[in-house]
Write a protein that binds this ligand. Structure first.
Ligand code: ADP
Length: 642
């Protein structure tokens, strides 16, 4: 970059977010300081990690620290660190964009629905707006940064009004300084240049940050006798004087290394916010110290809200790895399986081999051992939750945890205990498989389910008519991931899971009797001859009661929902032909049979065949091939009937 000052426009979503921050965050303004300190602490962590491979990178500047400087007259507050800093390219990349995918779409929807007033700090916090929270309190923000190992520095500046400037500058030492020009405090509002205000915020939000947070504070110091000025009565005019001295404002106590009994609820919450950059309180946590042959401690949190990018590939994992309270790495995937990627926290393993590289971490015996135990502890924690709390968790992370049935064979049974579904009988409540089995009818042998994307059309699906008639409960599976659940979880406590839309349901009482079946064979072959390239068979149904017909699959066929999912994700679906099941007890079918037996060449038979298929498709919420033909035929039928 040359040294000229360049002006850049913020990306649309950044400016939208800034507007929201500036206009809608009235309470909890003090969190800006926590966010800046967290960023500084992360920047030092990153540098510290780099020293493992590049020990010389620190030069003379080896005492890690974060420094706060406030100026009452100028109304500024500065947060500086001697962390890794940023190059000008990194500034452009990191500051002025929002990394989280999905943010733009969310903000657009928010703006379109004019629901900005529903935006709470917690909701905004879910974006991980960190640095931008400065604009809650500042009218202008300046960031000056010099990357470790670089000679030049970069100055970034913005008033949050659409653009920012960036230029080359000089800086004495490595790291980042963020300077906020504060807005005037409103009436009764705290003044962030006030020493005791800053002290209070740091004590509350950032006490456990593992680097010293320093500030020059005014202190009374005794004046040595020799230097005391005496008045006319030979008495000292003053015995103390004000001096400015650097003081460390945080205790730096690693919260996970402390005794559980000594850590307050608020401290746990604040620590969560520090490591997760989430502004919401966590749902719950576990804090454990393991002693014995392998020693390590863990402090793990379950968030209360799913982040927007939960299903994005490049999403970071939330476990930080420490060794004897020294930060080793963030985003330690090796400690957590994918299906627990929502967990945040810290693992501190004193016996970890510090030279272990990321690549071989996975093979490290200690790491594997910790991984296994972390999974166990979290699954136990979830299993032990009270119903209400568990439902809160499940509503946010249910789809994620279900992935485990497919990927973690070792814990499949435990995960099966954790999954819940709405059912045809639960009236919107979530039901576990264990409860489902408890409520099974005495003659019921299997666990029935149906998959699809729309709960209400599933409840009314024609496939469930006979099951409802028998008063059997059916699990309603509406998550895409459920298709994978049904592939891997074929059995629970010796009861088979059975799709209500595939194969024969084996509902003995309702078997179509063979004589009746035979009566229809000729008609169904005839109907099939019209629909040859669309269905693989036309047969009497054991599922239907009131509906005329439905489409089903053979036991091993792909479900309609799976096919839809594959198509919508742009993948090739094999296009399995389905079975047209017809209700031979329905008067309409008896009517068609009469017509067929009287006049096999009647043109209307072809129309009725097409109509049967279209009705079956519509019955499961699909799209018919030729909607205008369909509606014309229905119109004709109506006029004949009326
Ligand atoms: P987050 O911290 O959640 O990633 P921020 O908007 O706070 O989001 O920061 C964006 C990025 O800017 C950070 O991920 C980091 O790469 C960089 N950054 C912010 N503050 C600093 C700092 N003090 N030192 C170095 N890099 C920083």
């Amino acid at each position: 970059m040359d040294s000229k000052k360049e002006t850049h426009q913020f990306k649309t979503e950044v400016q939208q977010l800034l507007n929201l921050i500036i206009n809608s965050l009235y309470s909890n303004k003090d969190i800006f300081l926590r966010e800046l300190i967290s960023n500084s602490s992360d920047a030092i962590d990153k540098l510290r990690f780099q020293t493992q491979t590049e020990p010389d990178i620190l030069g003379d500047d080896t005492e890690f620290r974060i420094k706060i400087v406030a100026d009452k007259e100028k109304r500024t507050i500065e947060v500086s660190d001697n962390g890794i800093g940023m190059t000008s390219d990194e500034v452009l990349e990191n500051i002025g964009t929002i990394a989280k995918s999905g943010t733009a779409a969310f903000l657009e929807a928010m703006e379109a629905s004019k629901k900005q007033d529903l935006l709470t700090p917690e909701l905004i916090g879910q974006f991980g707006v960190g640095f931008y929270s400065s604009f809650i309190v500042a009218e202008k923000v300046t960031l000056i940064t010099r990357a470790a190992g670089s000679e030049t520095a970069t100055r970034w500046e913005s008033s949050g009004d659409g653009s920012f400037t960036i230029e080359e500058t000089a800086k004495d030492s490595r790291g980042t300084t963020v300077i906020l020009n504060l807005k005037k405090p409103e009436k009764d509002e705290q003044d962030f240049t006030e020493e005791w205000t800053i002290r209070g915020i740091i004590k509350k939000h950032s006490d456990f940050v593992s680097y010293p947070i320093l500030m020059d504070v005014e202190k009374d110091e005794p004046i040595p006798e020799k230097e005391q000025i005496l008045d006319k009565d030979n008495k000292p005019v003053a015995t103390t004087r004000k001096v400015r001295k650097e003081e460390t404002l945080n205790s730096m106590k690693a919260i996970w290394a402390r005794d559980k009994k000594e850590v307050s609820d608020d401290e746990y919450k604040e620590f969560y916010k520090h490591i997760s950059h989430d502004w919401n309180d966590p749902l719950t946590h576990i804090h454990l110290k393991l002693e014995g042959t392998t020693e390590y401690s863990m402090l793990l949190y379950i968030p209360s809200k799913a982040p927007f990018d939960m299903f994005h590939q490049e999403r970071k994992h939330g476990i930080q790895l420490y060794c004897k309270r020294v930060f080793i790495m963030e985003d330690c995937k090796e400690l957590l399986p994918e299906y627990l990627r929502f967990v945040k926290g810290v693992v501190d393993a004193p016996d970890l081999n510090l030279n272990v590289s990321r690549e071989i971490l996975q093979q490290d015996r200690l790491v594997r051992n910790i991984h296994k135990n972390v999974v166990k502890k979290i699954l136990d924690l979830l299993a032990g939750m009270e119903k209400d709390e568990y439902e809160k968790f499940y509503n946010e992370f249910g789809p994620v945890i279900k992935e485990g049935t497919h990927t973690d064979w070792e814990n499949k049974d435990k995960i099966a205990e954790l999954i819940r579904y709405k059912t045809t009988k639960s009236d919107g409540d979530l039901v576990s498989l264990a409860t489902y089995i408890e409520n099974m009818k005495p003659d019921q042998k299997e666990i029935y389910y149906i998959t699809g994307d729309n709960l209400s059309s599933l409840i009314d699906s024609p496939h469930l008519e006979q099951l409802k008639e028998k008063d059997y409960e059916v699990l309603l599976m509406t998550d895409p991931v459920d298709e994978w659940v049904t592939m891997s979880l074929t059995e629970y406590k010796e009861k088979k899971l059975k799709s209500a839309e595939k194969g024969d349901l084996d509902l003995e009482l309702d078997k179509v009797d063979d004589k009746k079946k035979d009566e229809y064979t000729a008609l169904f072959e005839y109907v099939k001859s019209f629909l040859e390239d669309k269905v693989k068979e036309v047969r009497p149904s054991s599922k239907l009661k009131d509906s005329v017909c439905c489409l089903s699959g053979d036991a091993n066929d792909m479900s309609a929902y799976m096919e839809k999912l594959l198509k919508s994700s742009g993948q090739e679906a094999p296009g399995v032909k389905r079975v047209l099941e017809v209700n031979v007890d329905h008067p309409a079918i008896a009517g068609i049979k009469d017509l067929f037996e009287k006049d096999k060449d009647n043109e209307r038979l072809k129309d009725y065949s097409n109509l049967l298929l279209d009705m079956a498709i519509i019955g499961e919420g699909g799209k018919v091939e030729n909607p205008s033909r369909f509606s014309k035929m229905v119109g004709d039928l109506m006029s004949n009937a009326l």
